[in-house]
Design a protein around this ligand. Structure first.
Ligand code: PHE
Ligand code: ZN
Length: 882
């Protein structure tokens, strides 16, 4: 256990490593009561560091040191210092071989960092700092070495032994044991090391690269999951092709392996040549996984594969540069997904996540820049800001450069830095050098936290036929950062005439351009843009395509929003106009008397949508989703959760009541019986039918009930079965709800991923997921404290999605969460720290919530032996704003 207070690590204190490792020779002896790790390191002093007297410092965590030898000579206890998490050898030559033998206990490793056991197999997770839980090593990404790994284990229980690279040797050993040796020719940081040992089924496929090289593709899963690999395998091949076509990047090893494990803290991990996945992010068959899961799997498989270039071949110098690989790779996977499906829908999903959750992070006590300047525990920085805002920053660079120069920039980046550990600044530099553009001011996106706020005013001069837009930008203060400089913001716009047609955007009297869409570049605090030759006052379409991760304020009237909703040629802004209209209507009902009228124009707009068969049906399905409670809270200064919940429900109710017949028709039009097909139009129809069903059940419609029960019973795939289940769970038909829940569990009790859905459909539902039920689910036979997915499905879904229940006025939800965080902190600090998130923004809520949230944070703060992970989040949340 940790004894001292956690310390803060600063980017400004970065030093190049004093020693480099050229080669790592590992031998793992795996046993049931532990594992012995033999490590032989070829080390040399780094002349670039200019510290020729520096001691050798190695990181280590929860290790038992069995042997330490320098050039074959065992070191005496006075020759090294082994304190806590650091092993220091004061006097070493300039070049030497270090032998380290450690003993570790994977079977007791509940943190799921380093080497651990999951469902009977051994596996590893080394990012960010897990390798130090395996052996003493300079555990930092700028130390890159070639690895050779020999894995030894019982042959019967662990027939499959995997590590990075190519298998170069295998054989039998005494006592029924065997070994396999792997060699990875590419130097890599230790966070990309991986090992797997288990009784796994192998699924093989093949891929031929664009230059004609043959690659062996292999998936390793538990035998019961053998029929759930096809979708991931197909996704992988699509991703490999896409990266060749769009970025000119080919795969570099002869084998590419994917392993599925049930216990995993995150979604998946891009270990070189051996990606390890959370089962829920890779296993799928139509009868067990929904469309949403299929799409998520496709994008995560692609994400991990893309890391082979953006992350592995070119890696991060230090963890402050995390977004170098994550932001860029999210951008790549998100473009891949939009190419595979509907680009507009993908953009809507990304923007929704960003505006709901990343903006919240950026406005809260954990706010940090895309390139943070300090941290206590790096695991806390795998955030939406690093990933999603980081991706938006890369997207903006592409918008500013245009696709050709962006590709030139990425080619230069990969070529210039292949095999290196670099910084976000190196990335931007390559983009600048390839394009000739000055991105000096743009770099502030990496340095300044907080979401820029743009206030837009407009004016029309009928005499001059000039329309002008004046845009003011402001970036709010965030912890440790005030008085920020204006940023360089690409601002996409269009102007609509009174018929809804796009107008030509002419920036001066002599401009005869026919461009109807432009990207304005905001660089100052206040800027005015003039548009000439306009015979009437236009309606502006602002921030088209969500061209920057900013908030836009403009005094739209409800009529203008209605107009944009049906005419904007930019699909994203069409959807956005609908969202803004709904937000406006719901907000005006917050705290209003029960009989207050729901804006009839909103009902009209939805009536058109439900019956619209012309528009892209995937877009219609998105437009029919009301803004979430989380988003409405995000937009409110002092959020009263219960009042927001009531106002939103009021609108749901009114729309569903009014459009009841249209919803039934929409259901029948889109519901398909028969086999599952995975393509965007089938997905869109299923989404629409299930949305209609959800609305009907929300108002406890009798016909809706029958449709849902029939769909549940007849469903030939999980999308429809889960859609019906969800709708019924969110209704007041309690008897039906309990029956389908019981049936569903009985049918799927052997399938962990489906059971996870079964948990979360209940805990996330405001109607069914009260605290009593959530507590009962924690006692359920299928619940497992050691499995992060179960914890997320029960506790995470309750606190993160079931906001009306979590924010119960008596504070019981907060106390419940605090209790579970304390409990989990002892076994898995990373997961515990993530669960603190719903409490961190306590200052944002109305007084009746605030105190209870703060008290819950204080309970956690006062727990004895708090992990560094939870310590950082709780202390930052309680700190007075700077
Ligand atoms: N690097 C992983 C990714 O692709 C995420 C991850 C981080 C996984 C840390 C495990 C631990 O995004
Ligand atoms: Zn990643």
């Amino acid at each position: 256990m940790r004894t001292s207070q956690p310390t803060t690590i600063y980017l400004s204190e970065y030093q190049v490593p004093a020693f480099l490792v050229d080669h790592v020779d590992l031998r793992f002896e795996l046993f049931e009561d532990g594992a012995r790790v033999h490590s032989v390191l070829d080390i040399r002093r780094n002349t670039e560091a200019g510290r020729d007297q520096a001691a050798l410092e190695l990181d280590g965590d929860s290790l038992t040191l069995e042997r330490l030898q320098l050039d074959g000579r065992t070191l005496g206890e006075d020759e090294y210092d082994n304190q806590g998490e650091r092993l220091v050898i004061a006097r070493v030559p300039d070049q030497f071989q270090l032998t380290v033998v450690t003993w570790i206990e994977p079977q007791n490793n509940t943190r799921l960092e380093g080497l651990y056991k999951s469902s009977g197999m051994f596996c590893t997770q080394c990012e960010a700092e897990g390798f130090r839980c395996i052996t003493y090593y300079p555990d930092r990404p700028d130390v890159m070495a070639r690895f050779r790994t020999r894995v030894e284990a019982d042959k019967h229980h662990y027939p499959v032994l995997l590590s990075n690279g190519n298998d170069v040797e295998r054989g039998d050993l005494a006592d029924g044991r065997h070994f396999v040796t792997w060699e990875d020719p590419f130097p890599k940081p230790c966070y990309l090391f991986a090992l797997v040992a288990g009784d796994l089924t192998e699924k093989r496929d093949h891929y031929t690269t664009q230059s004609g090289r043959g690659i062996d593709l292999r998936m390793y899963v538990e035998p019961r999951n053998a029929d759930k690999c096809d979708h991931a395998m197909d996704s992988l091949k699509r991703a490999m092709r896409w990266d060749e076509e769009v970025y000119g990047r080919e795969y570099d090893l002869d084998i590419f392996m994917i392993v599925a494990v049930d216990d995993f803290n995150m979604g998946a991990m891009e270990n070189k040549g051996l990606n390890i996945f959370n089962s829920s992010c890779v296993l799928a068959s139509p009868d067990t996984a929904t469309d949403v899961a299929f799409e998520r799997i496709e994008s995560i498989v692609a994400h991990e594969y893309f890391h082979n270039w953006s992350g592995n071949r070119v890696t991060c110098r230090d963890w402050f540069q995390l977004s170098l690989k994550e932001g860029f790779t999210v951008f790549r996977d998100s473009e891949f997904s939009s190419d595979m499906g509907s680009a507009t829908v993908k953009r809507i999903e990304d923007a929704t996540l960003l505006r709901t959750a990343q903006f919240a992070e950026d406005a809260g006590p954990m706010a940090h820049p895309v390139r943070p300047a300090s941290y206590m525990e790096i695991s806390n920085f795998y955030t939406l800001t690093i990933y999603e805002k980081g991706s938006e920053v890369v997207r903006m660079i592409r918008t500013l450069l245009g696709p050709e120069l962006f590709r030139k920039g990425s080619d230069l980046y990969f070529e210039r830095h292949d095999g290196q550990a670099v910084t976000t600044d190196d990335f931007v530099q390559a983009m600048e050098d390839a394009s000739g553009r000055d991105l000096g001011q743009f770099r502030l996106w990496y340095e300044q936290a907080g979401t820029p706020e743009l206030t837009v005013r407009d004016d029309y001069d009928a005499g001059r036929q000039v329309y002008s837009l004046t845009i003011e930008q402001r970036i709010p203060d965030t912890p440790g950062q005030r008085n920020k400089k204006p940023q360089h913001i690409p601002f996409g716009i269009g102007l609509l005439d009174s018929n809804g047609k796009d107008l030509s955007l002419r920036l001066s009297a002599g401009d005869h351009s026919h461009l109807t869409e432009r990207v304005l570049e905001l660089t100052g605090e206040l800027q005015t843009f003039e548009f000439h030759g306009l015979a009437e006052r236009p309606v502006p379409s602002l921030l088209r395509g969500f061209s920057a991760p900013v908030r836009v304020f403009y005094p739209w009237t409800r009529d203008q929003l209605m107009f944009l909703m049906s005419h904007d040629s930019d699909g994203f802004n069409r959807w956005d106009a609908g969202q803004r209209l709904a937000v406006d209507v719901i907000s005006s009902l917050v705290g209003a008397p029960a009989e207050a009228e729901v804006e009839p124009r909103l009902l009209t707009a939805y009536r058109h949508l439900v019956s619209d068969t012309e528009l892209d049906q995937a877009l219609v399905a998105k437009m029919l989703q009301l803004p979430s409670e989380a988003y409405l809270i995000e937009l409110t200064a002092e959020a009263d959760v219960q009042a927001i919940h009531a106002a939103r429900n009021r609108v749901l109710q009114e729309v569903a009541d009014t459009l009841r017949d249209e919803l039934v028709a929409c259901y029948h039009r889109n519901h398909q019986s028969g086999d599952y097909t995975y393509n965007s139009s089938a997905i869109a129809r299923r989404a629409l039918a299930n949305t209609a069903l959800a609305w009907l059940l929300h108002i406890n419609d009798e016909e809706g009930r029958e449709l849902a029960l029939r769909q549940f019973k007849d469903a030939s795939h999980m999308t429809d079965q889960a859609g019906a289940l969800r709708a019924l769970v969110n209704s007041d038909f309690e008897a039906d709800r309990d029956r389908v829940l019981a049936d569903f569990f009985r049918q799927w009790r052997e399938d962990p991923q489906v059971v996870e859905q079964w948990f979360s459909v209940q805990t996330a539902s405001p109607r069914c997921g009260d605290l009593e039920r959530v507590r009962a689910l924690l006692e359920h036979e299928a619940f497992d404290w050691k499995n992060p997915n179960k914890v997320r499905a029960v506790i995470g879904a309750f606190a993160g999605q079931n906001l009306a229940r979590f924010h119960a006025p008596d504070g019981s939800g907060y106390r419940f969460l605090a209790q579970q965080i304390c409990r989990l902190d002892d076994s898995n600090p990373q997961i515990a720290a993530r669960l603190v998130s719903p409490l961190t923004r306590w200052r944002k809520f109305a007084p009746q919530y605030r105190d209870g949230m703060k008290a819950a944070l204080e309970t956690v703060r006062d727990k004895a032996g708090l992990s560094r992970d939870v310590y950082e989040v709780v202390h930052k949340s309680l700190a007075e704003p700077a």
